[in-house]
Design a protein around this ligand. Structure first.
Ligand code: CA
Length: 228
């Protein structure tokens, strides 16, 4: 899960980012409104946490703009005391939830989990089942009847991206943006190395799930030998 956190109170932003990272989220932290909008428009985020009062552009304007651009990632607004009007506006503009400051990080984590459960590929336990494998984005565990493996964070994010793009080809650039980050300098061979590690995990779990290379285009996932 890749989370965008737009919050100008640096101390708070850092504390939240640390808690999220401990819980296996990848976090991009931005302290400025315009920059937050630019990051959000990259379309690579699974969740967006938006403060309302921000320099250069406020959270509500960011929200309106990203919804207009067709970005559907769940958005949680952080509201300060006395901003109940903004809260209502925010929900009208397409926010999925809000949290009043100060909040307990456990509450933020619970809200994030609730929003993630809305993802169609996740079952009620927060697990993605595909063919003969089950994958938990939270524990990073990949299981089959033959056993279980704990994936590294980037392997897990790559697998999650492939699983959420079923039947679509995922390009190397899309993988780099999503797994390594919007302004990263990762290259194609980083992707290839991680694809080959994932294939090894799948083979060791005796899974029928295959990662297929579509030359010049990217990768697709298939569940069994009959698939194409
Ligand atoms: Ca603020």
């Amino acid at each position: 899960m890749r989370v965008l956190l737009v919050e100008d109170e640096k101390y708070l932003a850092k504390a939240v980012a640390e808690i999220l990272k401990k819980n296996n989220y990848t976090v991009d932290m931005v302290h400025d409104g315009q920059e937050g909008l630019e990051y959000a428009l990259s379309g690579i985020y699974d969740l967006i946490i938006l403060d309302i009062m921000l320099p250069t552009m406020d959270g509500l304007a960011i929200l309106q703009s990203i919804r207009k651009s067709g970005i559907e990632a769940p958005v949680i607004l952080l509201t300060a005391k006395g901003q109940s009007e903004d809260k209502v506006k925010g929900l009208d503009y397409g926010a999925d939830d809000y949290l009043a400051k100060p909040f307990h990080t456990n509450e933020l984590l619970a809200r994030l989990r609730a929003l993630q459960r809305r993802k169609p590929e996740l079952n009620n336990d927060g697990v993605i089942a595909y063919g003969d494998i089950q994958f938990s984005p939270h524990s990073l565990q990949l299981k089959s009847e033959a056993g279980a493996r704990e994936l590294k964070l980037k392997e897990a994010q790559l697998l999650e991206l492939l699983l959420s793009s079923q039947n679509r080809v995922v390009s190397k650039q899309a993988i780099i943006d999503k797994v390594w980050g919007y302004d990263s300098e990762a290259e194609d061979n980083h992707v290839e190395i991680h694809i080959s590690r994932l294939r090894k995990h799948l083979a060791e779990l005796s899974s029928q799930v295959r990662i297929n290379t579509i030359r010049g285009a990217g990768y697709t996932l298939t569940k069994d030998e009959g698939d194409s």
